[in-house]
Design a protein around this ligand. Structure first.
Ligand code: FAD
Length: 491
């Protein structure tokens, strides 16, 4: 048989289904929810629409690549625009920085706002580009579990240059050395949260992250983030992929050290290959109970999670943009509180995403849809109801202080997402947003590979495996797995 089964329709599962269909497989995606996309989905509250999870869209070429692979025109399915401002940054002492994506503009802005040389900002971005050039392909586009990927001139040269990659220092220390101004250091430290890590622990090589936002650019889909999911599902279906919703895979079936299919509540589905887009922790625990689990990999520290308030706000704020940050006064303690004390901080950094700034239909006239998020520890049984009540209070206090308003009065719709509900909705172990954290030098090597040695026909994709979480990396996990999956023979 040339049948392939994909467990889960997260973004990596959908991308895999497209790649397999192009390779000649007859693909069936089994999804436990009644909608596709996992974390990349949407909710509506009254007259407001919200993207449920991701809000920052970087590296759209990895989405476009899938349309090209299927010989289709992206614009027939999916459209997006570049956004010329990366973020609006606010501090409680009244400092405000508009982070333009244009390098000359951000240099000028930094010089106007801070008593520091604006070139420090763009120099740091050049360093990000250098790191990407040196090791981006090695770490993000290839398997780290295949020795052949290390035995080439480019990789060996990059590794011999490792002192330039800040491998031996923390990301925070690298920012402090390069940027000097404490607010700029905080601004760059925040990029560590893009993969759910702690800037005071994650290695300096994370300086690569701002490259994607500031050098490649920030984008926004014309029909919201959810249209990444919807358009790729449409593409997959046009290639013959079948999506079966409300279907929980209960077991991956193994015979003679090879996977032969899966079992759902009422059916056995045989297949030539199985790709799991389910969190790798639960894949072993729930679907492969008789296989030896790679304990060292599975007990890695998890990335942070989040508490999100979706607020329908019956007013408009011209000083806010698509992405806004209200910084904590004490970032170090905020991260210690999240990762060491595993609770939420009294003065959290608040992220406010307002898609109605670009998509006017997402909120009624004169109103805005606020996606308000703080980082939170992954779920280890904390009293979340109590923590959510506390978070709501401190977030409102912070926004009121910085914007000089009474935001609570303007909230006309509300819904909440927390680590428990993230875990329940998408079967992500401990509700982590990005699989495992990168809080150690070796984290990249301790993510699960995209295949399994000793068990044929089984592959892994998604945020919990190599190369990690976030939409672009999930799309790359599908691309790497694809390199190891045989093409269907025509005979
Ligand atoms: P997931 O989205 O985790 O989906 C897995 C799917 O598998 C789910 O649909 C689940 O129901 C299904 N499933 C699991 N088990 C089974 C089973 N046994 N049987 C059948 N189906 C099963 N990324 C960015 O790039 N930018 C951002 O701004 C950003 N912000 C984020 C904000 C939030 C609040 C969250 C939650 C995430 C954010 N991320 C962001 C991260 C990004 O959403 C994820 O890394 C990515 O979407 C994960 O995709 P995935 O392919 O791993 O699958």
């Amino acid at each position: 048989t040339s049948k392939a089964i994909v467990i889960g329709s997260g973004i990596a599962g959908i991308a895999t289904s497209i790649r397999l269909a192009v390779k000649g497989y007859q693909v069936l995606v089994l999804e436990k929810n009644n909608y596709p996309g996992g974390k990349l989905s949407e909710i509506t509250l009254g007259n407001y629409r919200f993207d449920a999870g991701p809000s920052l869209f970087t590296m759209p070429h990895f989405v476009e690549e899938l349309f090209a692979l299927a010989s289709k025109k992206t614009n027939d399915f999916f459209e997006y625009d570049a956004h010329d401002t990366c973020c609006h940054y606010f501090w409680e002492d009244g400092t405000f920085l508009k982070a333009h994506s244009n390098h000359q503009e951000i240099e000028n802005e930094v010089e106007n706002v801070f008593p520091t040389n604006g070139k420090l900002f763009t120099k740091k971005l050049k360093k990000a580009a250098f790191i990407n050039e040196q090791v981006g392909d090695l770490f993000l586009k290839n398997s780290l579990h295949d020795v052949r990927n290390f035995l080439n001139f480019k990789t060996l040269k990059a590794l011999s240059n490792s002192w330039k990659l800040d491998l031996q220092t923390t990301y925070h220390a690298s920012n402090k050395k390069d940027l000097k101004n404490s607010k700029l250091v905080q601004l760059f430290d925040r990029f560590a949260t893009y993969n759910g890590s702690n800037p005071y622990k994650t290695p300096g090589i994370m300086s690569i992250i701002p490259h994607f936002e500031h050098n490649v650019g920030t984008f926004f889909p014309k029909k919201g983030m959810v249209s990444i999911t919807n358009s790729l599902v449409q593409l997959a279906e046009s290639l013959g992929v079948q999506f079966q919703y409300n279907t929980i895979v209960e077991e991956i079936l193994v015979e003679n050290e090879a996977v032969i299919g899966v079992k759902t509540a009422n059916k056995i589905e045989n297949s030539a290959i199985v790709v799991s887009n389910m969190d790798v922790y639960f894949t072993y625990q729930k679907l492969l109970p008789n296989q030896k689990a790679p304990k060292k990999i599975l007990c890695q520290e998890r990335s942070s999670s989040a508490i999100i308030f979706y607020w329908g706000i019956k007013s408009e704020f011209p000083n806010l943009d698509l992405h806004n940050i209200f910084f904590s006064k004490d970032y170090k303690t905020e991260f210690e509180t999240i990762f060491d004390k595993k609770t939420i901080f009294d003065d959290p950094t608040v992220y406010v995403h307002i898609s109605s700034k670009c998509l006017s239909n997402d909120a009624p006239k004169g109103a805005e849809n606020w996606f308000v998020m703080i980082n939170a520890p992954s779920n280890s049984g904390q009293n979340w109801d109590e923590l959510i009540a506390k978070a709501r209070k401190v977030i409102i206090q912070k926004i009121n202080k910085i914007l000089q308003i009474d935001i609570e009065k303007l909230i006309e719709e509300e819904s909440i997402l927390d680590p428990r509900s993230i875990e329940m909705k998408t079967a992500s172990y401990q509700g982590s947003l990005y699989g495992t954290s990168s809080n150690s030098k070796f984290a990249a090597f301790l993510r699960h590979p995209n295949f399994k040695k000793g068990l044929k026909n089984l592959y892994f994709v998604g945020g919990s495996v190599h190369p990690g979480g976030g939409i672009p990396l999930c799309l790359l996990s599908a691309k790497i797995a694809d390199q190891y999956i045989p093409t269907v023979s025509k005979s």
